[in-house]
Ligand binder design. Structure first.
Ligand code: F0G
Length: 460
């Protein structure tokens, strides 16, 4: 008897322990927002009802991961927890050297301290904020090379996270001597959470080979990316997710990783690479800032949670539910007339704030204005990914970012469908009066990564 597939794709887990949420009044939220200087990073998490600020470190761990926490061995050197971690990593990403770090940006810091510096250029499909900041901190230049389709939020196009291969070729033809390595972010977070196809990774690899450049993956959301390859790229429907991940890894020379995303852990990351001499330099830096290379800024229990999470995040039922729940939110917003980035990505729905708040100039920060309104309306915390995050250049000048998006990032295994129904209602209510939302001006800001600490005031 054939298995009849169900239409309803359920959360493939039972809830094992719960964390109460605090309901707030609109007056309380407006007061909290004002006190926070209209910067949602400054809010107390207890004043947030549904926290979609990030999918990073905010997922729910499984019973087996908590069991791993108990198993954690806290030896300073040579811990068996490190061995389990390393084996889980290399089972998917068979690089010769695996250096644990406390999170992704620590891996970036080490990698770019070794490879960056004034005059250097590091291309990527789209750099995430910390990647860009770590590159620029060394004096190097971070160059984004998304495909043009990736910059059109309303355009339905497969694998919109791909890199512009011809653009990479041009950059290397002109400046190969300045490029220490090429990066590829899977999925392309700042570009709308869009996946990168294996064909694109292969084409990028081919260009790298022609110029003798190593290719590094920023692989935070590798499992979601692999699921899109399995379900959307011809020829991969029957390949297990783990096999697709290994094919992605085989095309690269190394990776940076945040275990706070797809590996389902609350903290952690790693740098992995094949080159022995570069690995030696990286390991020395790791000891300087992260710790001994068998724990690298993590406790043994964290390494266990990551090792177990890596086996859970490549499960078909989990990934089907994960990607479907994002699309459920996106489809509802789209049918309510909210401009969203399509097709829907793996970890978030991105609202096109520049289109929704078309009455505002990008330098009036439409994304930040929308994110603030969502919080005031329903206690939903989202994240601006636009001119606030990317508009300040290292020389202090300000330019509009390529897009002004608001990201509703969905923590893994944390919220249910009714939570998403509430979010849909909150966004729809705000969208109905979007044309009247005031813009913002910046009252104070730091020189780097300003979105975390800048303070704003409404333009009335
Ligand atoms: N690369 C990408 C593509 C990311 O999305 C992030 C983090 C990092 C690197 C850095 O990793 O946070 O462990 O240091 N992104 C989070 C986000 C913060 O909200 O998208 P980390």
């Amino acid at each position: 008897m054939a298995d009849e597939p169900f239409q309803t794709i359920i959360e493939p887990f039972r809830i094992h322990s719960v964390e109460p949420m605090r309901l707030t009044t609109q007056a309380e939220r407006v007061a909290a927002l004002t006190a926070a200087g209209y910067n949602l990073f400054e809010l107390r998490a207890e004043d947030v009802l549904i926290d979609l600020l990030t999918d990073s470190g905010t997922g729910a761990m499984s019973a087996e991961q908590w069991a791993g926490v108990q198993r954690g061995n806290e030896a300073y050197a040579g811990s068996p927890s490190f061995e389990r971690f390393r084996d889980a990593v290399t089972g998917l990403f068979p690089f010769r050297h695996v250096l644990p770090t406390h999170q992704g940006r620590a891996a970036e810091k080490i990698l770019f301290t070794v490879t960056g510096g004034p005059g250097r250029v590091i291309p990527n499909n789209t750099h995430f904020d910390t990647t860009r900041a770590n590159i620029e901190f060394t004096g190097a230049q971070a160059v984004d090379l998304p495909i043009p389709e990736g910059l059109q939020p309303a355009l339905r196009y497969p694998f919109k996270g791909n890199m512009d291969v011809a653009g990479l070729d041009r950059l290397l033809a002109e400046r190969a001597g300045h490029v220490p390595l090429v990066m590829l972010t899977v999925t392309n977070n700042s570009g709308g959470g869009q996946p990168v196809s294996l064909a694109n990774i292969r084409a990028v690899r081919e260009v790298c080979d022609r110029y003798g450049k190593p290719l590094f993956l920023d692989a935070c959301r590798f499992a979601e990316n692999a699921w899109f390859i399995k379900t959307g790229e011809p020829g991969y429907a029957d390949v297990p997710v783990a096999g697709i991940v290994r094919q992605m890894a085989a095309l690269a020379d190394g990776m940076t990783m945040s275990a706070k995303k797809d590996p389902l852990a609350n903290i952690g990351g790693w740098l992995a690479l094949n080159d022995d001499s570069m690995a030696g330099q990286c390991r020395n830096l790791e000891i300087l800032t992260e710790g001994f290379p068998t724990y690298g800024g993590l406790a043994g229990r964290d390494l266990e949670a990551i090792a177990q999470g890596l086996s859970e995040c490549i499960d078909d039922d989990y990934l089907r539910y994960r990607v479907r729940s994002i699309a459920y939110l996106g489809e509802a917003l789209e049918s309510a007339g909210v401009p969203v980035v399509v097709p829907f990505g793996g970890h978030a729905v991105f609202i096109d704030a520049r289109a929704l708040l078309a009455h505002l100039d990008p330098l009036q920060y439409p994304g930040q204005a929308l994110a603030c309104a969502l919080y005031a309306e329903g206690g939903v915390r989202a994240c601006e990914i636009g001119t606030v995050m990317f508009g300040l250049r290292p020389d202090g000048t300000e330019v509009p970012a390529a897009m002004d998006l608001v990201r509703l990032a969905i923590p893994r295994r944390t919220y249910t469908q009714s939570h998403l129904d509430y979010v849909i209602e909150a966004v729809t209510r705000v969208a109905s009066r979007a044309a009247r939302l005031p813009g913002l001006r910046i009252v104070s800001q730091p020189r780097q990564l300003r979105h975390f600490t800048a303070r704003f005031a409404p333009l009335h």
